[in-house]
Design a protein around this ligand. Sequence first.
Ligand SMILES: Nc1nc2c(ncn2[C@@H]2O[C@H](COP(=O)(O)OP(=O)(O)OP(=O)(O)O)[C@@H](O)[C@H]2O)c(=O)[nH]1
Ligand SMILES: C[C@H](OP(=O)(O)O)C(=O)O
Length: 223
Amino acid sequence: MKAIVPFKVINAKSRLSSLLTVEERTILARLMLQDITRTLKDSGLKVTLLTTMPFEWDAEIIVSEKDLNSALNDFLCVQDEPVMIVMADVPLISHKNVADMLNSPAEIVISPGRGGGTNVQFIRHPKKYHVDYYGASFLDHVRIAADNGLSVEVFDSFNTSSDIDEVGDLVELYIHGKGDASRYLRSITKLDTSKGRVKVVRGGEEGPVTVAHAPAKKYAATE
Ligand SMILES: Nc1nc2c(ncn2[C@@H]2O[C@H](COP(=O)(O)OP(=O)(O)OP(=O)(O)O)[C@@H](O)[C@H]2O)c(=O)[nH]1
Ligand SMILES: C[C@H](OP(=O)(O)O)C(=O)O
C-alpha cells in the first residue's frame, strides 16, 4: 500500500517565522518529515515524497512544479491501489493511527486539521476521487466524496488533527511529541506557562539533535 507525502522544500513552514529562523524552520520541517516517513514505513507503507524540486530522501521522489492539487491529482489518477496522503506537518501521527485508518471500512477516511484543513486522507479507489487542498478543504473533500458516491469516515484523533502551521500549534509538538522533531523543538525553545494558554517561546532545554539528511542551509530560502 502507498503513502504519498507532499513536501515544500524551500521556505517550508513560513508561518512559523515569527518564532523560528529560516534555518530552524527548515530543520524542523525536515525532522517532522523524518518522523512521519519512519512511522509510515514501519506501518508497512511504501512512501513517496511529492516535492517541488529534486530532493534527497530515503523514499521514492516525485518532483512536480505544478500546484499541490494538480500534482496530487496527477498521481491519484494513475493509481490502481489504495493511497494514503499524509501532510508533512502532522508529526504526531502514530502506527495505531495509520492502522486504524487502513482498517476503516469507508472508501475515504479523512482526518481533519484545525481551521478547516485536511491532514491525512486514506483513499481506497484513487481513480474515483480527487483532492482540493487549501481553504476549507475538509468540507471540500467530504463533498467530493459524496459527489462521487463514496462513503466517508471522519477520523477522530488528537494526533492526526494536530498539524503544525502556526506558532500556537507548536505547543502540541513540544508536549506530546516523541520523535526527533519534538526533541529538536525542545532544544531551541521552552514552554511559557506563566499565564493564560501555554506557549512555546525562545530558549531551549535539551542538547542539539542531528538531522539525518543534507544540510538545512542548502534548502533554506533567504529571508
Ligand atoms: N509538492 C508540494 N507540496 C506542498 C506545496 N505547498 C505545500 N506543500 C506541502 O503540503 C503540506 C501542507 O502545506 P502547508 O501546511 O501550507 O505547509 P507549508 O507550505 O510548508 O507552510 P507555510 O509556508 O506556512 O504555508 C505540507 O506537507 C507542505 O510541505 C507545493 O506547492 N507542492
Ligand atoms: C493544505 C492545507 O493545509 P493547512 O494550511 O490548512 O494546514 C489544507 O489542509 O487544505
